[in-house]
Ligand binder design. Sequence first.
Ligand code: NAD
Ligand code: DAU
Length: 351
Amino acid sequence: MKNVLVTGGAGFIGSNFIRYILDGDKVDFVLNLDLLTYAGNLENLKSVESDPRYCFVKGDIRDRDLLRSLFEKYNFDTVIHFAAESHVDRSIVDPGIFLSTNVQGTQALLDTAKAHWKLKPDDKYSREYRAGVRYLQVSTDEVYGALEKTGMFTEETPLAPNSPYSASKASADLLVRAYYQTYGLPINITRCSNNYGPYQFPEKLIPLMIHNAQQDKPLPVYGDGMQIRDWLHVKDHCTAIYTVLEKGIPGEVYNIGGNNEKANLEIVRIILTELNKPESLITYVKDRPGHDRRYAIDNTKITSQLGWKPLYSFEAGIHETVAWYLNHLEWVNRITSGAYQSYYHEMYGNS
Ligand code: NAD
Ligand code: DAU
């Protein structure tokens, strides 16, 4: 892994990942291609912007001419595709941009990598030809749909997405798989559970609740608050992606999870305790349409085959995360313009 293209590197996970791979000598060069939508923020990368191995280009993954020229100029051997519309509630309000960015954007990247790496259908079994290049699709556990009280998602679980967001991610995964099967493009797909940690846009549960509680504003809990997510610290996600790039077998899917299932209400209560705020701030609101009840990841494949494991305990991770947001109030206020509360209002108005 020498010349790396990271898409969506100005977002939450992408920016954490770029800082992680530039720490030490994991790569020679990283180009961050990001459109800087509402979720992209170059402030997240201040600490690396003067690193000579780092370069930023503002641009759209759907722009094929731009992709072609970047591949020609920098001769990438590795693509790590984070760029996406990532918020489920927004996808309920406006699905179109999710299909365009997440599906067509992925196809543009796949086509460009395939053309640049000169892969042809009969190269599928030619290890030599594919050696040294890799395309990694950053996907999500939401492509598997929802679980009841028991069971876990394995890599064999059929895809059954329930939201426009997860349907767009599942569609992209199928395209990535097809480019491996048809053209021998050396791909991996990683499917990760809910991330938390520094630099997450405060529309997602944990930063939104910290932001609101800190200002004594209501905490909007959807439905009964007993939906379960499996939480993973973003830094553990970064080490997992790097492990897959280093050791993953081309064509394989790897689930990434933290073995850390928690009900939303439990998360909200932990945050209130951390901030010493009253439970009376909890406000039950109408449920998210098609709300997935429970996610749980079986991470046996990546732990047993590739030797990765998460290092953060949730207790330490959430404590550190709350402290980070309290120390970065200006960052939060700048990106939310002080007025942002929750996308819930976009779904239902103020009722
Ligand atoms: P994010 O919303 O914080 O960041 C997305 C980034 O993509 C932003 O910087 C945005 O500007 C950029 N972007 C959007 N459209 C673009 C386009 N057309 N061209 C170029 N850049 C564009 O997202 P995130 O939470 O960091 O998620 C990153 C990836 O990880 C996504 O693919 C998401 O589906 C996946 N994922 C996220 C989680 C999670 O808990 N956040 C869990 C599993 C998987
Ligand atoms: O599972 C991985 C996915 O996790 C990623 O693929 C997505 O990109 C990421 O956004 C996240 O999706 P979720 O829908 O699980 O995350 P969100 O933070 O929006 O919501 C987490 C849970 O909290 C979910 O059950 C909905 C609930 N919730 C969320 C918000 C924003 C609330 O109860 N109130 C809220 O205000």
